[in-house]
Write a protein that binds this ligand. Sequence first.
Ligand SMILES: CC(C)(COP(=O)(O)OP(=O)(O)OC[C@H]1O[C@@H](n2cnc3c(N)ncnc32)[C@H](O)[C@@H]1OP(=O)(O)O)[C@@H](O)C(=O)NCCC(=O)NCCS
Length: 182
Amino acid sequence: MHVAQLTADDLAQYRALMLEAYAQAPTAFTSTPEERAAEPESWWARRVANPRGLTATFGAFRDAELIGTVALELNKKPKTRHKARLIAMYVKPEARGLGAGRLLVSSLLEYAVAQSGLEVITLTVTQGNAPAESLYKSFGFEAFGVEPMAIRGPEGYLDKVHMWHRVRADDGTTVELGKTRA
Ligand SMILES: CC(C)(COP(=O)(O)OP(=O)(O)OC[C@H]1O[C@@H](n2cnc3c(N)ncnc32)[C@H](O)[C@@H]1OP(=O)(O)O)[C@@H](O)C(=O)NCCC(=O)NCCS
């Protein structure tokens, strides 16, 4: 298995994987498969290879098959460009528990610390999603609040835990990025 930043060549595989994600893990995401299936190709193209460099999307590949993904959404606004959001984390069920999720987060954090001026990564995780919360905590993400009634689905309202991770200290040095598995 290897992880690489996605390019326009991966668009079709990425779209298929994310449409699977919204259907397979509906409580983990705020989007539905139907609304994302309706997005034009240009939306997916911006996600995998943003022309303004505002999104970096990573893929875990087993041979040539895309089996997992995560993305980092950056900001260009002067007052918020020190922050970025980890979004759209998914590993196919048959590939879980093998380290793909860890490799993806590790690659995203390596990319993040290489971005000048980027200091903080935030994310949200649905309360009760133990595998994801435990993965993020193992890299140093900390919960700073819980948003009640954050999403509403067929199963009712679900809360979202908001987490953050500081990747650069006051003096500009990179902080501990958590454990990685060989
Ligand atoms: C969360 C998810 C991405 C983890 O991917 P994965 O490839 O199985 O993760 P890994 O095998 O790399 O495991 C990494 C860590 O995640 C945590 N983890 C993974 N599966 C877990 C489980 N079933 N229970 C508890 N913790 C778990 C552990 O901390 C693990 O580290 P360890 O193996 O050193 O104990 C995957 O379960 C998934 O896609 N879930 C559905 C979508 C989702 O919830 N996305 C997150 C949205 S915020």
